[in-house]
Design a binder for this molecule. Structure first.
Ligand code: NOJ
Length: 728
């Protein structure tokens, strides 16, 4: 742990190059490609789905099966979804084991790079064990639309937090010899019309928000693959957008890996190939096999130069070679019992670290060990914890599967991960009578007693392919919670939700925990936090609005007016979403700019203990980077985790997160912490005319805070910073 005098330093620029061998890898790949026929090169440039109609017979069974060039020692390879564990769509590989990690937003809520990397490593181990060479992980779109159906896969609304955590997770996966992908590049925040929609945002703001998150992830993690989004970016499909792929990604950022399309997200041969797309993925879902005969014809007709085909093949092989992913992986089987046990423990640790205590009146939590009776209410409390739907859903053999949603005739179940919260609570409270009510408002009102403590597990399902129409809890859960609060003495609400929900009952209840989608360790983590075996230590990775009228776009596009999913006939129009409304002021920055008071701000999270901040120093260090040094003391009587956050507001503009530290402290313990805002892009302006980042000379306001709420500022200082420039 070190002594109180040791300073723990948190920095945010990548400490080392995550891909130092890129030149050698590219040279080795070029040599291989030099020995290939045109047909062999072409075979590398598209990958069919590894299950369902048209899947190659020798596929292991996963999202994709790519052909190799066996003659040159490059075997065919398999690719699996996704960021929350290794999936097994429609049980194509039987019922093999897999660890379901908590949702992306849960990982975001940990603010913990070490955990993100450890989770990545575990996913890499499992992916490799079942024979995968590529993991389609790294879902990292910024949450701009709190109703977005896939928010649960992403890491939050802040570019620095998202980029740093995604990079850490990529590092973990790739350490295991499995390529990690970041996706969906870029500006893909909603599901409605996702295969047609144009996300419109001016370049300076795009560079300083969604693109910055990817840029940071690339610098921290060195992902060997990037998946383009289904959507259009400023009117051009992401998969054939030369500015985005050739210009920003491969040009400005020097990306040497390959760009794969999303499944059913390729729309042309020559246009896509010349814009920078290297691989057509899941082409059964496209209207044509563009990167097959059509690309061949484009080369023969002189519309795509052979040098570009070489480049595409070289990029794919560079990625595989650099990770050691060209070895034969077939028949490897499954992760060992020992690995699975380790991963189960890790999944529970991530889940426990992600739970955010939003409210705790009169310290109703943790539940006392001598509580005589506890009533647990909630439709699935006796079955499992809810998981988000879509390609990312992990289905361990014991998962409960209910009817969910379907995309292109493939059914995507609604999954509950075992064990059930009810069982875990009974185990954690052996001396308490734990009563379960499935719960209608009437049943709750008549069964609860005045001196009862009730825990209501509220749920909200979200799935890929469909946005939620609003932020209200589904079914009659708001009424259920209010009924419970009226009848019982103490009411605790646990939110198993994709992200923010409205809480019209907030003032009626005593405590609220955001428990996200907790995965295989979700129930154990929840029981530990409810009973105080673990202290809630998550912080919100996104702002919870007080109402939909606060959002940059109050109305959403009617899903009936457009087509949202690949492989489905196109009907309706192509919507365009104007993200210039908030620009780079995503999430908390929007609320500050507009003077709005949300329900809970980004960064918010309470603890069972209390912390004091001492000897705060705010100054620029020798390199000119703003740095905040402070002592955090656990002033309460329980162990806990504090996450001091540093926000910086440039002379003109909103405050943004520029650094944080995660500090675990025993009662009475203190640590000296130094948070260095060394990534100036977080507070610089992006110039299009003279491309690059500019820090304006002048007075910047530096805040040490517990959250992004203006009222949560613990210390603030004006800092004179000199002008600085950084290349794109
Ligand atoms: C579509 C999803 O958008 C993407 O995230 C996923 O990796 C592919 N399908 C493959 O399943």
């Amino acid at each position: 742990m070190g002594s109180e005098q040791d300073v723990v330093e948190a920095r945010f620029r990548a400490a080392e190059d995550p891909w130092p061998s890129r030149e050698q890898d590219a040279a080795a790949a070029a040599e291989l490609v030099g020995q290939m026929t045109f047909e062999e090169k072409l075979a590398l440039l598209s990958a069919p789905m590894g299950y369902g109609p048209g899947a190659p017979e020798d596929a292991v069974g996963s999202a994709a099966r790519a052909q190799g060039v066996p003659r040159l020692g490059v075997p065919a390879w398999d690719e699996s979804d996704a960021s929350l564990g290794v999936t097994n769509p429609m049980s194509v590989r039987g019922d093999g084991p897999a660890t379901a990690f908590p949702s992306g937003l849960a990982l975001g809520a940990t603010f913990d790079r070490g955990l993100a990397e450890a989770q990545g490593r575990a996913i890499g181990v499992e992916a490799r064990a079942v024979g995968m060479s590529v993991q389609l992980a790294g879902g990292m779109n910024l949450v701009r639309e709190p109703r977005g159906g896939r928010n649960f896969e992403y890491l939050g609304e802040d570019a620095l937090l998202t980029g740093v955590l995604a990079g850490a997770s990529v590092r973990g996966i790739q350490e295991q010899g499995v390529i990690s992908t970041v996706k969906h590049f870029a500006l893909n925040p909603q599901e409605t019309g996702r295969v047609m929609v144009s996300s419109d945002l001016a370049e300076p703001q795009l560079r300083a928000s969604d693109l910055l998150a990817f840029q940071i992830a690339l610098e921290h993690g060195g992902p060997r693959a990037v998946m383009s989004g289904y959507n259009r970016v400023n009117r051009l499909y992401a998969s054939e957008n030369p500015w985005l792929l050739n210009g920003v990604l491969k040009g400005d950022w020097g990306f040497r890996g390959f760009v794969m399309s999303d499944w059913g997200g390729t729309h042309s041969a020559a246009a896509a190939a010349t814009a920078g797309l290297d691989r057509q993925s899941g082409y059964q879902l496209d209207t044509r096999h563009f990167f097959g005969e059509e690309l061949e014809a484009a080369v023969e007709g002189g519309r795509v130069p052979m040098s570009r085909i070489d480049d595409m093949a070289v990029r794919i092989l560079t990625a595989l070679l650099s990770i050691g992913a060209t070895g034969e992986r077939r028949g490897a089987g499954a992760p060992s019992e020992e690995q699975l046990a380790e991963h189960a423990e890790l999944a529970e640790r991530v889940a426990a670290s992600s739970i955010v205590l939003l409210r705790n009146e009169e310290a109703v939590l943790p539940l006392p060990a001598d509580l005589p009776r506890l009533v647990v209410v909630g439709k699935h409390a006796d079955r499992g914890v809810l998981s988000g739907g879509g390609s990312s859903t992990v289905t361990p053999p014991d998962a409960v599967q209910e009817e969910g949603f379907s995309i292109a005739q493939m059914s995507l179940p609604k999954v509950l991960h075992r064990p059930a919260p009810l069982d875990e609570l009974r185990r954690a409270l052996p001396d308490t009578e734990v009563v379960f009510l499935e719960g209608s408002p009437g049943q709750v009102a008549s069964s609860l007693r005045r001196d009862d403590t009730v825990v209501v597990l509220a749920q909200h399902w979200a799935t890929e392919g469909r946005d939620n129409p609003d932020l209200s809890l589904q079914d009659e859960q708001d009424a259920l919670i209010s009924a419970a609060a009226r009848a019982a003495g103490r009411t605790v609400v646990v939110l198993e939700t994709p992200g923010p929900v409205l809480m019209p009952w907030l003032e009626e209840v005593d405590a609220v925990l955001a428990a996200w989608y907790g995965g295989s360790g979700g129930a154990g983590a929840l029981a530990a936090v409810l009973t105080g075996a673990a202290s809630p230590s998550g912080r919100l990775p996104l702002t919870f609005p007080a109402g939909e009228e606060q959002l940059p776009r109050r109305e959403m596009t009617d899903p009936e007016s457009t087509t949202s999913n690949p492989g489905e006939p196109r009907t309706g129009g192509s919507p365009a979403i104007d993200y210039d409304v908030e620009g780079a002021d995503v999430g908390y920055r929007w609320y500050e700019r507009e003077g709005l008071e949300p329900l809970f701000w980004f960064g918010h999270g309470l603890s069972y203990t209390s912390f004091s901040y001492e000897d705060v120093e705010i100054a620029a260090d020798d390199a000119g980077d703003p740095a905040v040094t402070l002592t955090v003391r656990n002033s309460g009587d329980r162990a806990g985790v504090e996450i001091p956050q540093v926000y910086l507001a440039p002379p003109e503009g909103t405050a943004r997160l520029v650094g944080w530290a995660r500090v675990a402290l025993d009662p009475g313990q203190a640590r000296r912490v130094r948070i260095v805002a060394d990534d100036l892009r977080c507070y610089a302006r992006y110039d299009v005319d003279d491309p690059g980042w500019t820090v304006e000379e002048g007075t910047h306001r530096v805040r040490l805070a517990r959250s992004a709420a203006p009222g949560d500022v613990l210390a603030e200082s004006a800092l004179e910073l000199g002008a600085r420039r950084l290349r794109p």
